[in-house]
Design a protein around this ligand. Sequence first.
Ligand code: HEM
Length: 120
Amino acid sequence: MISYEVYKILHIMTLLTLLFSVGLSLNNVEISSKRSFRIIYGVVSFLVFVGGMGLIARIGIKHGEAFPAWIMVKIVAWIVLNLLIVLILKTKNQKTKYFCAVTIAVVVFIAVMSAITKML
Ligand code: HEM
């Protein structure tokens, strides 16, 4: 059985990789237009989700049970993050890329706050 710690390492390491790749694709048109780079993006992003789902199971939320609001916030944050990444990869406008990057920082902040404080 995969432990809580392993899921957490997967969740955080894939998140860091994803954010590092966002940084790379901001100014590197050549790399961000590569099909392999986009596929890796998709796989890493999916692994963030897999890690998150594994953590949900390990913190004792049963199958079929409603998710607490702080988890819903994170799932929405993850969807928005993916949409912004797609926009960064598609747009040629540098200003739009920077706008997306700043919005990603805000979205990640909300997701991190949500996981750590569990206020909702
Ligand atoms: C924008 C995307 C996300 C970010 C930035 C993020 C960030 C984090 C961070 C920093 C932690 C560690 C918190 C701690 O150690 O106290 C964490 C834990 C966790 N995340 Fe995420 N996460 C994201 C997406 C998701 C998604 C999509 C899910 C669910 C599918 C999820 C579910 C969880 C769970 C269940 C924990 C464990 C909380 C605990 O140990 O009490 N996360 N997340």
